[in-house]
Design a protein around this ligand. Structure first.
Ligand code: BMA
Length: 804
């Protein structure tokens, strides 16, 4: 270690704005510093986004004074490590240039000892304008490489910069061209030998035992001893002269790591110590393969963990915040906890964001969330020039080396929708061969680098993709690969379009909603409480988003009575959309082995496809996800001649399950009731009940079907509407009785109440919400949070019958 501290307070200046000299805290970004100093308004409130664009149109310089003691300077070398430097940065110490960065995703390491003097030193980082560099690079290209300027990015040529692509805006994202350094800077004194990294490999034996091989990389040709501890075992060995020392541990009875819902997540502590430098990791032992073997339908797309087939359930992840200073352990924890709380077991780190922070992957290891990891290329074409490839290869090397020991990572995927993007632009449509070869040149390089660094996992060229060297329409191919299905939403199809496809693995499909009233209160001035107001339009980045949602109301529902009811109903609509897909695809198990909806989170308050609002509040969809992703679930499906209920068991155990189906009229009269009991084997999907169409289909308008089971001691319900266009049926007004005592809220009703949803203005969530409540039952919901004051002041209970 060294006593040199480079985190904490720096001073931020801009040559274009000489009056600015304010504190900026590292890790952190310049926008946050300017906001904190009162020099810009909160970019997330009202229409402020447009007023803060000048920040991205300036150069910035940050500077810090620090002390170096005599003891520090005694070291043979002083290593400074930097990562997530955003983006074009020249670093100097005491006025002497040290090095330059040009790639936010690279890890930089430099010996700063030659630049230091005893006592006071000054370090400075000058950030050049990314937008101008993008233009300059575009001019140097041998042929144009188009990007989604306008529909996603507000600034051109982001695809030529190795910077988080959504910093320039996205179809859910604010445009803030932030700069700064977002990981802590570390400084280590090297006395005899530098420790570079430690990585592990798992070699599994037939008898279930595993050999864990730890490879320690260090400086070559220096005599030293390295100590390695793994779980209960430890070894101290002499460093290999060639610079890589391997230490193996045989684990006879490994405690296996499983995805959430399939088993536990034991993690073994790994600690490597060399010359005072220490690397600590936590290692999960598991065998993971992606099975893409041929089957009756085409090829499967199935992750298997420890030999067991997994149904991947989850959502797509975007960066936590458009201003990276707002990333915090508590927000990462809350978001990922919210994912496991609704029975997710996979998160896709989407290619337009960032290789996530270490904390993200630590938490995914701990919670049992598998990670589909995209490389950071998204929705644009990318160059395959020597210059670009030379920037990308070391980036991938740095990232794969950093991440490969996280057991959560299930797959390396080359990009998001870049194969698809070949079909989007006039240039590439006119010369498809040239742009396809261009794609493949970069893609090969990415594949090669990833495989060199980690051959234990599969490389998947793109999401969506039909397989290696397959440039077919992965958006609509039900036979193989992963699919992005956007016909519902971008193409305006009705929700029933989800029932027309049977994807092998749907890695993106989404439906937007507006934020809840509680969220709106945090960023919309009351004068703009209207979905076509300036604030609402500037917080809707998908050009036709507001029209799509409004038009969909007219297909399914009686038009909501007020602004507040429009917000509520937009979330009902979103929940129905995503549930329709997931419910059907679960009923078709094992054809479909993955459902990752778009998107889990928001990086600022916005109208979007997310199921969790920017503040962390669960939308109705998130409560529904807990049911349709439940390890035991009861999907309804209308076949040609019956209504069926199946029991889908996504566990490793045989389960004995019993439940009921109720057919109920809108007035609350039982039209039928059936009890059933079934033993379903591990990973099974059995028919448990069916009702011939002759018994109900000519009376569709009378009511709805309701089913319930228990999973892990908690009820899991499902409601099915014979006529999905609820505007056409006689839903009766429900008289809801709500009694609150402390954190417990009891609700009862005289008529069936649909999408009963609880909301209040403060933080926290409810144990259940957006549920169906049958008459003459009392449902008790618990408030999980610590803002009881807000709960008692602002609790609101919505239901469908009062939306119009
Ligand atoms: C997808 C994503 C994102 C986008 C979303 C909604 O395909 O990859 O680029 O935000 O659609 O349009």
């Amino acid at each position: 270690m060294s006593s040199i501290e480079l985190n904490g307070e720096w001073t931020l200046r801009s040559p274009q704005h000489p009056h600015i000299a304010i504190p900026m805290s590292l890790p952190g970004d310049n926008y946050s510093a300017l906001f904190k100093a009162g020099l810009i308004p909160d970019p997330y409130i009202g229409t402020n986004e447009k007023d803060v664009q000048w920040v991205g149109e300036a150069q910035w310089k940050i500077e810090k004074e620090f002390d170096a003691g005599a003891a520090d300077l005694d070291a043979r070398a002083i290593e400074m490590k930097l990562s997530r430097v955003d983006t074009l940065a020249d670093i100097s110490i005491n006025g002497q240039p040290v090095f330059s960065c040009s790639n936010m995703f690279r890890h930089y390491k430099v010996d700063i000892k030659p630049f230091l003097r005893e006592g006071k030193n000054t370090i400075s980082v000058e950030f050049a304008r990314a937008d101008l560099e993008g233009k300059a690079r575009a001019e140097r290209l041998p042929f144009p490489i188009p990007s989604s300027m306008g529909s996603n990015n507000q600034i051109p040529h982001m695809n030529l910069l190795r910077k988080t692509q959504c910093h320039a805006g996205w179809d859910w994202g604010i445009c803030l061209m932030v700069s700064g350094i977002y990981d802590a800077i570390t400084v280590s004194a090297i006395h005899t030998i530098a420790l570079e990294r430690a990585t592990t490999d798992q070699f599994w034996n037939e008898d279930g035992s595993v050999t864990v091989e730890v490879s320690v990389s260090h400086e070559a040709n220096i005599d030293a001893q390295v100590s390695v501890e793994f779980g209960e075992h430890s070894k101290t060995v002499t460093c290999d002269k060639l610079g890589e020392t391997k230490v193996s541990f045989a684990i006879a009875q490994p405690k296996l790591w499983w995805p959430a819902g399939y088993g536990e997540q034991p993690l073994y502590e790994l600690s490597v110590e060399l010359d005072g430098q220490v690397i600590n990791k936590r290692i999960g032992l598991r065998k993971l393969v992606l099975n893409t073997s041929e089957d009756a339908v085409g090829s499967s797309m199935e992750f298997q963990v420890n030999g067991f087939p997994i149904t991947a359930k989850g959502a797509n992840w975007i960066p936590v915040d458009a201003m990276p200073s707002n990333e915090s352990e508590s927000r990462y924890r809350a978001l990922l906890q919210s994912a496991v709380d609704v029975n997710m077991n996979m998160i896709r780190v989407w290619g337009g964001g960032q290789y996530e922070s270490e904390l993200f992957y630590d938490l995914c290891d701990e919670y049992g969330l598998m990670v589909w990891q995209d490389m950071m290329f998204s929705c644009a074409l990318y160059p395959s020039t020597d210059e670009f490839v030379a920037d990308v290869v070391p980036e991938l090397r740095d990232q794969i080396r950093r991440l490969r020991d996280h057991c959560c990572i299930a797959l390396w995927c080359g990009d998001n929708e870049v194969i698809g993007a070949i079909g989007w632009y006039p240039e590439s449509k006119a010369n498809r061969t040239k742009y396809t070869v261009n794609y493949d040149r970069l893609s090969r390089k990415i594949a090669e680098t990833v495989m060199q660094e980690d051959s234990s996992r599969r490389f998947w060229a793109s999401s969506p993709c039909n397989g290696d060297l397959d440039y077919g329409d992965a958006w609509h191919d039900d036979t193989r690969g992963d699919m992005h299905f956007w016909d519902v939403w971008h193409s305006g199809s009705s929700f029933s379009a989800y029932l027309d496809i049977q994807p092998r693995f749907c890695s993106e499909f989404g439906y937007q909603s507006w934020p809840s009233l509680a969220e709106v209160k945090r960023f919309v001035p009351e004068s703009d409480w209207n979905v076509t107001s300036p604030t609402f339009e500037s917080h809707q980045k998908n050009h036709s988003g507001n029209s799509i949602m409004t038009e969909m109301f007219t297909r399914y529902f009686r038009f909501p009575a007020s602004f507040e009811q429009m917000l509520y109903m937009s979330q009902v609509q979103q929940a129905i959309a995503i549930k329709t897909g997931c419910e059907y695809w679960r009923s078709q198990s094992p054809t479909c082995r993955g459902m990752l909806y778009w998107q889990l989170n928001d990086n600022w308050p916005v109208s979007s496809w997310s199921s969790i609002e920017y503040s962390g509040r669960w939308k109705q969809l998130h409560y529904h996800a807990k049911r349709f992703f439940s390890p035991l679930y009861i999907p309804f499906h209308e076949t040609e001649d019956a209504l069926t209920l199946r029991l889908s068991n996504n566990t490793r155990h045989t389960e004995d399950v019993s439940g009921q189906v109720v057919w109920m009229s809108w007035a609350g009269k039982e039209l039928g009731r059936w009890d059933w009991a079934e033993q379903v084997k591990a990973d099974g999907n059995d028919l448990v009940w069916s009702l011939d169409k002759s018994d109900w289909a000519d009376r569709r308008e009378l009511g709805f079907f309701f089913a319930e089971i228990e999973c892990d001691g908690e009820p899991v319900q499902n409601t099915w509407f014979p006529i999905p266009e609820l505007k056409n049926v006689a839903v009766e007004k429900a008289d809801l009785k709500v009694v609150r005592e402390g954190d417990s809220i009891s609700i009862s009703t005289d008529r069936p109440a649909l999408f009963v949803h609880l909301e209040h203005d403060g933080d926290g969530r409810f144990s259940d919400s957006s549920f169906t409540l049958l008459p003459n039952q009392t449902k008790t919901v618990r408030y999980l949070g610590d803002d009881l004051e807000s709960l008692s002041r602002s609790l609101r209970v919505y239901d469908l019958s009062h939306s119009y």
